[in-house]
Write a protein that binds this ligand. Sequence first.
Ligand code: HPA
Length: 280
Amino acid sequence: MGEAYDKLSKCYKSVKKKIDFQPRVALVLGSGLGDYVKQVKVEAALDYSEIAGFPVSTVPGHKGRFVFGYVKKVPVVIMQGRVHYYEGYAMEDVVLPIRLMKMMGAEVLFLTNAAGGVNENFHAGDLMLIKDQISSFVPSPLIGPNMDKLGPRFPDMSGIYHRELRQLIKKAAKSLGISLQKGVYLQLTGPAYESPAEIRMCRLLGADAVGMSTACEAVAANHMGMKICGISFISNLACGMTDQPLSHKEVQEAADKVAPLFEKLVTESIVSIGKTLKQR
Ligand code: HPA
């Protein structure tokens, strides 16, 4: 099945040697949202650098490790820090951790990110439930020999973000009194933020939020048949929508402000998702 699969198997064996934990839900924490781990009953943690062959992240604010533990009673694996395409990794490396979490046993993938708001009705600080995505501006992680053990050559993409999980998250938000925007996430490569003309293009294409991650991970997870859900934290309105220039610092500071709401919503959502999982 090719070199990429061999590398994945090697990483999996390396993890298994160190950690004996079977997660049901995999959670990816976006920029500035890494503190969520404080809400988790942690059983073990594994730095990415301890895994043989694993791509390691370099962005400030991104800790690179898997955290294993429980959100209430739900066994989870958390990526505290993700791997970005703009760091220079091949796309198959960017999604390697997602594939690894599936191999560890996770059947649900909960994606989070910080994103720029493209929809004119959005505000900085909003949370957006991802309904669908546009990944056409980044290479597909499925290019190359198909990993038949993971999924089909030509996967269907008609329901990437699982309908039932979306309903559960909406309900969780409602019960917590958190208002939730809904929309389409568009991934660009970064690392530069977009120009005003690019943001107008994103809006014309039907995007509500723009960022530099997530969609490629969802493509890989969808290929493997994982149930996927995602929340974007709108850290800023995208370029050209306000007079302010964008900075990574601004994104992190905005994340700190919204973190308490975000944390409540993620916990409540994972608890409801946990109730839908069949006993193994
Ligand atoms: N653009 C792209 N990625 C982002 C943004 C943005 O405005 N904000 C946070 N991540």
